[in-house]
Design a protein. Structure first.
Length: 268
């Protein structure tokens, strides 16, 4: 029987961002199969590696590691092999090749890609912006944003905002609900900055049913009925046509894929 999900432990002697991004990029190729990511960051001791490997072994998980400290990387390689755990060294082979090409040793210092430079502070500012102006809680953000996302509930507006924020874009998102008039500010933004998110009715129904289950509510709630979903999508399409914005169908798309489409459009 084929597995429908896999757990990947991302192990790093820094924050683990690089490893997680790599896993998410790979996992997108297997959608809708599920990949559970467990991050183990700032690993500095062999005992911490042992703890992660024990957990990974108990879950038959895969381990991906971005360890730049030689001793830790060597220990991870030998110990994972001894335990029979599938472990992937993401940075090691690349660092080795670059050492050969440059003719010098690497610094072997974790966290150097998180140096507090101007780009880092732009990213922090963008993330804070996305949180502040999420779900139109403050509509003044619409006019300040680099990107405005709009669409019905559960079209990945919030996670997409965060992915784009990590690329330093300031993103505001506005939900479209038939009973609520969209904010005036939405119609004053240049249409090139607005991206409407749509989705197939069946895909939205599946997402909303799962959401109701997570909340402990029955799947008979109007939020997930075919009639309500169709009403919302038709209303949203009408608003998007008035805005003249680009419309992206997010059905079966990973948020990273949608983010790439938006960034490509902005760069044209």
């Amino acid at each position: 029987m084929e597995a429908t999900s896999v757990t990947v432990y991302v192990v790093s002697d820094s924050a683990g961002d690089t490893g997680e991004l790599a896993v998410r990029a790979a996992a997108a190729q297997f959608h809708p199969l599920k990949v559970q990511i467990r991050r183990a960051g700032f690993i500095q001791r062999e005992a911490a590696i042992d703890a992660v490997l024990e957990a990974a072994q108990s879950e038959s998980a895969v381990v991906l590691y971005t360890l730049v400290i030689d001793a830790l990387r060597a220990y991870m390689a030998s110990e994972s092999a001894r335990r029979g755990i599938s472990a992937i060294d993401l940075l090691g082979p690349l660092i080795d090749q670059m050492e050969q090409r440059f003719g010098c040793q690497s610094r072997h210092e974790p966290g150097l890609n998180h140096v507090l430079d101007a780009g880092y502070f732009r990213k922090v500012e963008a993330v804070e912006f996305a949180v502040r102006y999420d779900d139109a809680r403050d509509v003044t953000g619409v006019s300040k944003a680099d990107i405005v996302l709009t669409g019905v509930s559960r079209t990945s507006k919030t996670p997409l905002s965060m992915v784009l924020a990590h690329r330093t874009y300031k993103v505001a998102n506005v939900p479209l609900v038939p009973e609520l008039t969209p904010p005036r500010e939405l119609f004053l933004v240049p249409k090139t900055k607005i991206f409407g998110l749509t989705i197939r009715p069946d895909a939205l129904n599946a997402i909303r049913v799962e959401r109701l289950k997570a909340l402990g509510l029955p799947n008979t709630a109007s939020y997930a009925t075919a009639e309500r979903i169709q009403q919302e999508l038709e209303y949203a399409h009408g608003i998007m046509k008035k805005l003249g914005c680009v419309i992206i169908d997010v059905s079966n798309k990973a948020v990273e894929e949608t983010a790439s489409l938006i960034m490509e459009r902005l760069e044209k």
